[in-house]
Design a protein around this ligand. Structure first.
Ligand code: CUA
Length: 321
């Protein structure tokens, strides 16, 4: 089996924004320190108990000694409860950093599907709305408030380098506040078991300078350029005359399906099938012909196409920038 190098940083220990930094500074580091101290004390107590000298034979009847042990156990219990309360308070502090919506926040809606992410940048009119999938672009240094929804089961959005997990629950809207202070590509992953392909429900967060983000967003809002060469034109016919438009949309054409990802700017995305494979002609061809072998259980059906039609179709899709 071929291993796939997925693009993007993916570590809660290398935070790239205020929410992830708060988690590391206020939860990870203190809990790790508490665990190390507890481990050392417990091992020391164990060694002391195992190797201390004691008169052989008779069990201890020393009352003072018994009282000392009772006090030690009592003190350890009190310290444990205090540590747990401290973690509870820190958890509240950190949770506060990842909620709320500052006035300058960018708003994005992410809807969980089995097994992909629908990403919508809302706008005041239809031309201002941008719809994409499995890739969230954000401007560096600006808070992002993500509205989380689900159409089927409970999913959980998690970008370890940027912040905490939050669930996407059917019939409910949760919000998550994230911010990337460093430009880069960050990997995100569904963090709640949601069916057979839960592991293949990944996405990328692309954090870029505000000017580049604005350029990306205005491109995503526009319809893609119509196919320029005859091969892509043939590919568009294969797309529109096949079963593709029943599930997929391409802005500016009559394809308006909303069961699968919007393909208007498909070629601008770095992966296919929610982070399952890099977005290349070869992977795309394999996916279209036999998606079930790449991601068993996916809603995408197999497509029997002649080699010429498949070549035209993939050329068309890879021209949608
Ligand atoms: Cu969606 Cu796990």
């Amino acid at each position: 089996m071929q291993t796939i190098q997925f693009p993007g940083a993916h570590s809660a220990l290398d935070p790239a924004g205020p929410q992830a930094t708060a988690i590391k500074a206020w939860l990870w580091d203190p809990m790790y320190a508490a665990a190390v101290v507890t481990f050392v004390l417990v091992v020391a107590a164990l060694l002391w108990a195992a190797f201390r000298r004691r008169p052989s034979g008779e069990p201890s009847t020393d009352l003072r000694h018994e009282r000392g042990l009772t006090r030690a156990v009592g003190a350890a219990t009190v310290v444990t409860v205090l540590v747990i309360f401290a973690v509870l308070i820190l958890d509240g502090v950190v949770g506060h950093a990842s909620t709320g919506a500052p006035a300058n926040a960018l708003r994005v809606t992410v809807t969980g599907h089995q097994w992909w992410w629908e990403v919508v940048y809302p706008g005041h009119s239809a031309d201002e709305v941008a719809t994409t999938a499995n890739e969230i672009h954000v401007p560096v240094g600006r808070p992002v408030v993500i509205e989380l929804r689900s159409t089927d089961v409970i999913h959980s959005l998690w970008v370890p380098s940027l912040g905490p997990k939050r669930d996407l629950i059917p019939g409910r809207t949760n919000t998550l506040r994230l911010q990337a202070d460093r430009a880069g590509v960050y990997r995100g992953q569904c963090a709640e078991f949601c069916g057979a392909q839960h592991a293949k429900m990944a996405f990328t967060v692309v954090a870029e300078p505000p000017a580049r983000f604005a350029e990306w967003l205005s491109n995503q809002r526009a319809s893609p350029a119509p196919p320029a060469d005859s091969l892509s034109q043939r590919g568009q016919q294969v797309f529109l005359n096949g079963s593709c438009p029943l599930c997929h949309a391409v802005a500016g054409t009559r394809a308006g399906g909303n069961i699968g990802p919007d393909l208007s700017h498909f070629a601008s995305r770095s992966t296919i099938a929610a982070g399952t494979r890099p977005n290349t002609l070869g992977n795309l061809s394999g996916w279209i012909v036999d998606p079930q072998s790449m991601k068993p259980g996916t809603k995408m059906p197999p497509n029997e196409l002649s080699p010429a039609d498949l070549h035209a179709l993939t050329t068309y899709l890879e021209s949608l920038r």
